[in-house]
Design a protein around this ligand. Sequence first.
Ligand code: GUN
Length: 279
Amino acid sequence: MMIIDGKKEAEILRQEIKKEIESLKSKDNKVPGLTVILIGDFAPSQIYVKNKEKSAKEVGINSNVVRYSKEVTEEEVLKKIEDLNNDIDVSGILVQLPLPSQINKEKIINAVSPKKDVDGFNPINVGNLSSGYNALVPCTPLGCLYLIKKVEKNLSGKHAVIIGRSNLNGKPMAQLLLKENCTVTIVHSKTKDLKQECLKADILVAAVGVAKLVKEDWVKKNSIVIDVGINKVGDKIVGDVDFDAVKEKSKAITPVPGGVGPMTIACLLKNTLDCFKAR
Ligand code: GUN
């Protein structure tokens, strides 16, 4: 049994990114730029954005946060996105979700230039990913795949089961694993026998936001278990997997915290660097 150290893997990836940025900077004195738009005062978003900004700066990305009150109009945000799309110093744009109710998420996501869409949420990138073309890929599933491949390089023919069908995670995760030649099943709240489906998994990715949903008798022996969940239970953060019960049965498992979370931000930095290089 192996506990996958997401903190360590993220640190390795960040160091690689930092080195590459230093080397690019020494050539033409330019560095990637990342602008995050943060609307309102939703507490978790404040923390996520602070972490993104700090990590970006540490690797040499020029990071900016544009803050709006929760009363801001959709028009104003769209105008800002247009300005950022046209700003040659901005390589990547990220609009932190969730958004207040007067702002249409679909419109905002569509407004971000597909070339600067470091979240990989724009339908152009979603379509390119599902067609198997070059695309910017959402950071969390990208980080999950990175960790899975640290355990096992060749995933061909493996049965992957993904719990959750969100655009942020479940759906892009399925596309990435299909590209790796896995047999992919997505299960969700309307699935008839969740446990029976999960038992088929060589690779199990849990991304539903239900604390400790995945029990020991849901996982096949020697499977790889990736836990995307961040659930607050009392004053503790737990994943979607009952970690202590499942770990002995798995071949490799991510802890929460310290598993997928750190990789998500490292992949955001990677996407920002890729946008910068593609200009
Ligand atoms: N809110 C929670 N996760 C994310 C994410 O990955 N990207 C954005 N933009 N907002 C989020």
